[in-house]
Design a protein around this ligand. Structure first.
Ligand code: ZN
Ligand code: ZN
Ligand code: ZN
Length: 263
């Protein structure tokens, strides 16, 4: 089977449209401007991997036919990346096994707070069940397949991206050290996040993500985790998917929910 990434969600923490907002992006009728919270499903040499499990996981799993997973890889513990974890209960029932998770120790601490009921000594029947593997910056294997963590900073929070074969997925960062960029040579697909135009305290801006994508120079780079703050009123740019796509340099693309790319 071909290796592929499906973008399950490509929106920032509020999703797009944002509740109560009527800006040009939030009122767009283009389905590519409807963005659930950021997550991706990866098929790699037979593995079925989910990166992050945000609040829209149930809808994303249903609409993409996800019925079993070999593992969830967490990038960090923010709610927009972990808020759907209770819904893996369905996978536990259907497949009669706990859900395998790979994450850092600090992410596990966050999960234990958020889902305390699943970590007690005598949990209530029916709570989600996990098989947790703690990782750090060192490469690790899932069923013999090598995964290379990529360390990045999300303001003051260290987070992980993942290189999986010729794909790298990195979201929620605003700093990537040179030695990590070294690990990103020869990529077919690079996924980077950009939250809005102009500087942000904890995320790459659109401009920064494009510049980093050009530097990494994967064959194709996809931008995810977008907010609705993409308009440029003085230039009459509404900031929709179509607008943003038109201004991307060759090889850089604006991702959208449901997009599937081979690597
Ligand atoms: Zn809006
Ligand atoms: Zn975050
Ligand atoms: Zn996020």
């Amino acid at each position: 089977m071909e290796n592929s990434i499906t973008f399950l969600g490509t929106g920032t923490s509020t999703g797009v449209p944002m509740i109560g907002c009527h800006c040009s992006v939030c009122s767009s009728t283009d389905p590519r401007d409807k963005r659930m919270r950021t997550s991706a499903y990866i098929r790699y040499n037979g593995l079925r991997l989910l990166i992050d499990c945000g609040p829209d996981f149930r809808t994303q799993a249903l609409s993409n036919g996800i019925e079993d997973l070999d593992a969830i890889l967490f990038t960090h513990q923010h709610k927009d990346h972990t808020g759907g974890l209770d819904d893996v209960r369905a996978l536990n029932y259907i497949n009669q096994k706990p859900t395998t998770i790979y994450c850092e120790e600090r992410v596990l601490s966050g999960l234990k707070m958020e889902y305390s009921y699943a970590f007690t000594d005598h949990p209530y029947p029916g709570v989600p069940k996990f098989d947790i593997h703690i990782i750090d910056e060192n490469p690790f294997e899932i069923s013999g397949q090598r995964i290379i963590p990529i360390r990045a900073m999300h303001y003051k929070l260290p987070i992980l991206g993942y290189r999986i074969g010729n794909l790298c997925y990195l979201t929620d960062a605003n700093y990537l050290a040179d030695e990590e960029i070294e690990k990103l040579q020869g990529l077919e697909v690079m996924v980077l996040s950009a939250v809005r135009r102009g500087k942000h305290i904890s995320h790459f801006s659109l401009e920064e993500a494009v510049a980093l994508g050009l530097r990494i120079s994967a064959r194709k780079t996809f931008i995810t985790h977008l907010s609705h703050q993409m308009a440029e009123d003085d230039k009459n740019i509404k900031g929709t998917h179509a607008d943003l796509s038109a201004e991307m340099p060759p090889g850089i693309f604006i991702a959208y929910d449901g997009l599937k790319v081979s690597f």
